[in-house]
Design a protein around this ligand. Structure first.
Ligand code: BTN
Length: 242
């Protein structure tokens, strides 16, 4: 575990120190604040000190170890962590946005480096822990929430505790993913994504950033998203992992 007071982005830190870290994997880089936190689709992840958990897990997987399920595996691990800490229920919006009461509470940025049969995975996780509504940028105030807001807690959540629960849960699920028990991961992902059934969802598809709009029809056995784009016609999408 490497604990930083400050960095640009924990994902960037892991990438730029990869040569010195590659023999020490798995590793967890966590920072009290990020000056250039990154989200998916080139968005910024605003990362003020003391408000959130900003962590990147680095580990190695083999290409035949169900790697396409990594977004779900990370998503359900964050959900289990939050549920364990708070007793509340959280939702997963495909592939890996974590919502509470339809508002975003956590996000995941997965970046992989493929080297022959090995995939060096970077799973960057941001969790809103201690924000008050005014701690979010204005444009996020109505669509983001923190754990402290959700639970109406008085005390702040401790980042170290959340990191240690998250690490334990994530590595348990990664072991299952490696051992090819993909069904268990997909079942769990279906359960926590059930709120989306028959709702219209939109997302940006890479490369090209094309906007996709369709009605959610579930997750197939490979972890693909089934969307009804035209009436009666379902198309399957896979998250842009590679
Ligand atoms: C998203 O929902 O768009 C993904 C957000 C991911 C944010 C985390 S914070 C830790 C890690 N470092 C980053 O720069 N991003 C991820």
């Amino acid at each position: 575990v490497i604990k930083l007071d400050e960095c640009d982005s924990t994902n960037n830190y892991l990438k730029s120190h990869f040569d010195e870290l590659k023999n020490k994997l798995p590793v967890l880089i966590t920072s009290a604040l990020q000056t250039f936190g990154r989200g998916r689709d080139q968005r910024t992840w605003v990362s003020p000190k003391g408000k959130g958990l900003y962590s990147s897990f680095g580990f190695v997987m083999k290409t035949d170890q169900n790697i396409h399920l990594l977004p779900f595996t990370a998503g359900i691990s964050v959900i289990e962590t939050l549920e364990k800490i708070s007793g509340l229920k959280f939702d997963l919006k495909w592939p890996n946005d974590i919502l509470y009461d339809n508002k975003k509470i956590a996000g995941i940025l997965i970046e992989n480096i493929i080297m022959k049969d090995d995939i060096h995975c970077i799973a960057g996780i941001g969790i809103n822990l201690n924000h008050a509504p005014h701690d979010f940028p204005l444009e996020l105030e109505n669509i983001a929430v923190s754990l402290k807001m959700a639970t109406c807690a008085v005390e702040d959540y401790k980042v170290d505790r959340v990191n240690s629960i998250l690490s334990e849960i994530l590595f348990q699920w990664l072991e299952k993913m490696k051992k090819k028990s993909g069904e268990e991961i997909i079942e769990k992902a279906r359960l926590v994504s059930a709120f989306m059934m028959n709702k219209t969802i939109t997302f940006h598809r890479s490369p090209g950033d094309e906007l996709v709009v369709g009605v959610y029809k579930g997750i197939n056995d490979d972890g693909g998203l089934k969307l009804e784009i035209e009436e009666g016609k379902t198309t399957t999408f896979y998250s842009g992992l590679f």
